[in-house]
Write a protein that binds this ligand. Structure first.
Ligand code: F6R
Length: 608
């Protein structure tokens, strides 16, 4: 979490730092700040809350200087107040940090024992104080950083600026991403290439343990053993993506509407449409016939896409699937087999829990396949096979288009696995591909339900608790529906397997409890509808999502309904994601919450 940026420029850098922070705000947004070196002295401006508060402050008291660093924060240590906002500084050094310094308490005690007085509650300030103390003995910023870095434990990316050094910016990476950008007589540092896209498309990514000394002439990179190393300069495509809301009020709405296009683009990458078969692209040509168990781990919405995929891999490929939340998988000491394949799913490719699970699986000798949206991310780079989702940058904190693209890629992989393992015939594969190819158009139809869903969401915004029910692949969709509603509207919601309700949660049902039933007409539709009637018999208010025939067959005139197009059920989960996303979006809008940046969250969760 947190986004960092650094610039060695030719003109005042304050406004460029703020522009870069706008592109990093998805990584955290509870406070922000920038620092510059101006006439040799360090100065900074910080503000609690969103970036616009910092902008206001900068209008009143501008900050000059051609070298600077910036930060947008997701609090880990210390409340999100100005005192804890980055950059953390002394008169000699200013520091921005993403991640956690795990041994900060011990370092802080050590520094306090020598008389150092801290002004914040953060872990980051120890870096500024330690550097300042070290500069007292070694009056050389580069040597001071070299001495301090081995003392820091944890996961971090750092940007460091020094008083009296207008042509020096030092960065360090240990477990949190950091990119270097090359300009014309200018140099940049940033948490990702997207932040640097307005300035340059020439990027190098630091490896774990690397640190870098930037001057306007270029970058000197060192590894953890302080040996000079070269890291490839690559062309970043991040600038090709416009980061604006188009005609929409929120990024989330724009991203919901992009889904037919990006799911179509993703399909085109994985399918030979003329032959009606999956053609796995270079980089992810996995031989599933040699795999005896698939172990999936991911977090949040990405985990739910994996849960949907479990049904597909088991049904289409008769492949054993274990699935776990990444933060649990890593510590439960699951026995893994030599012929197993580990599959990790992540939009950002930087989620700390997923990355830790990946490294655990690799250390256990498993081959690793990653479904990721950011191809240059750590998870993508550390995997044996990369299966990209072509969703483009997702800015809304709640995942929408990345989720449906994840399911799309996973569907293609499951079909490929089915063919390779001799489970699917040529005809089966053709039929499934035909169904998949219809998904973008069905999603476009589903988008037309916005108005109808808005009315229902308005009613939903007045309640305190909501249940989502589904069976089969609609069960993970029920979980996803509940997660989306919670994170966006702050309404308490739970997702349940419809058949499980009678084993306890049905006790919650009364006339105040809306129950959203996700029931595409599949082989278990009738069972889901029976469960729905059990709820209705106890006074629960039903919102039924199915097609017109499903609505008629359900025979429940009192139920509110969202009518979907009729469709084969195999990949209905991808299409049914749309009304579920609309429900939480419109409930949030009705309640006036911050749709794109819900409270307490960040898009890229780089702490465990
Ligand atoms: C919810 C949401 C999160 C993410 C989760 C994993 O809308 O977006 O639950 O899915 O934090 O993030 P990635 O996919 O970046 O690993």
């Amino acid at each position: 979490m947190c986004g960092i940026v650094g610039i060695l420029g030719q003109q005042d850098v304050a406004s460029s730092l703020v522009d870069a922070l706008k592109r990093l705000e998805y990584r955290g947004y509870d406070s922000a700040g920038i620092a510059t070196v101006n006439a040799g002295a360090l100065d900074r401006r910080r503000a609690e809350g969103k970036l616009r508060n910092l902008e206001e402050k900068l209008k009143l008291t501008p900050l000059h200087g051609t070298s600077g660093i910036g930060h947008t924060r997701w609090a880990t240590h210390g409340r999100p107040v100005e005192r804890n906002a980055h950059p953390h500084a002394t008169d000699r050094v200013s520091v921005v940090h993403n991640g956690i310094i795990e041994n900060f308490r011990e370092l802080r005690e050590e520094l306090e024992a020598t008389g150092v007085v801290f002004e914040s509650d953060t872990d980051t300030e120890v870096v500024a104080q330690l550097l300042t103390q070290t500069l007292g003995h070694i009056n050389d910023p580069v040597k001071a950083v070299e001495a301090v870095l081995p003392r820091l434990r944890g996961a971090f990316a750092l940007g460091m600026l020094f008083a009296g050094e207008d042509d020096l910016l030092i960065g360090a990476r240990q477990g949190a991403p950091l990119a270097i950008g090359y300009g014309e007589g200018e140099m940049y540092l940033g948490s990702d290439a997207l932040a640097l896209a307005p300035f340059t498309d020439q990027i190098s990514y630091l490896d774990d343990g690397d640190w870098v000394v930037l001057t306007r002439k270029g970058a000197s990179i060192f590894d953890a053993a302080n040996k000079p190393v070269k890291r490839a300069k690559v062309h970043s495509a991040a600038g090709a993506y416009s980061i604006d809301k188009g005609n929409h009020r929120h990024f989330m709405m724009k991203e919901i509407h992009e889904q037919p296009e990006v799911v179509g683009r993703t399909l085109a990458h994985y399918l030979d449409m003329r032959q009606g078969e999956v053609a796995l692209p270079d980089g992810c040509k996995v031989d599933f016939s040699q795999v005896d168990r698939l172990t999936i781990a991911a977090c949040g919405t990405a985990f739910y896409s994996g849960l949907v995929a479990k049904y597909w891999f088991e049904r289409f490929a008769r492949l054993n699937v274990d699935i776990d939340i990444a933060s649990e998988f890593r510590y439960r000491e699951a026995p893994l087999t030599d012929k197993g394949l580990a599959l990790f799913i992540s939009q950002s490719g930087e989620t700390a829990d997923t990355l830790a699970a990946l490294r655990y699986a690799k250390a256990e000798g498993l081959k690793v396949l990653a479904v990721v949206n950011v191809p240059t991310s750590t998870i993508a780079r550390e995997s044996d096979y990369q299966a990209p989702t072509l969703a483009g940058p997702e800015i809304g904190v709640a995942s929408t288009k990345a989720f449906t693209c994840q399911m799309t890629v996973l569907a293609c992989l499951a079909i490929a696995a089915g063919r390779q393992r001799g489970v699917l015939s040529r005809e089966d594969e053709k039929r499934l591909i035909g169904e998949l190819m219809a998904v973008p158009a069905l999603m476009a139809q589903a988008l037309k339900q916005a108005g109808a869903v808005k009315k229902l969401a308005h009613d939903l915004s007045r309640v305190k608790d909501v249940l989502f029910l589904g069976r089969g692949t609609s069960y993970p969709m029920a979980l996803e529906g509940a997660l989306k509603l919670k994170e966006l509207s702050y309404i308490h919601a739970e997702g349940y397997a419809a058949g499980e309700l009678k084993h306890g949660p049905i006790a919650l049902i009364d006339e105040d409890m809306p129950v959203i039933v996700i029931a595409p007409r599949d082989n278990i539709y009738e069972k889901t509808i029976s469960n729905m009637h059990e709820v209705a018999a106890r006074g629960g208010r039903i919102i039924l999502i199915t097609d017109q025939q499903g609505i008629e067959e359900a025979d429940m005139p009192d139920a509110a309904t969202i009518a979907m197009q009729a469709m084969p059920s195999d990949f209905a989960a991808i299409v049914y994601a749309v009304p579920i996303q609309f429900l939480s979006y419109y409930a949030a809008v009705a309640l006036g919450t911050d749709v794109d940046q819900p409270r307490n969250l960040a898009k890229s969760v780089t702490v465990e």
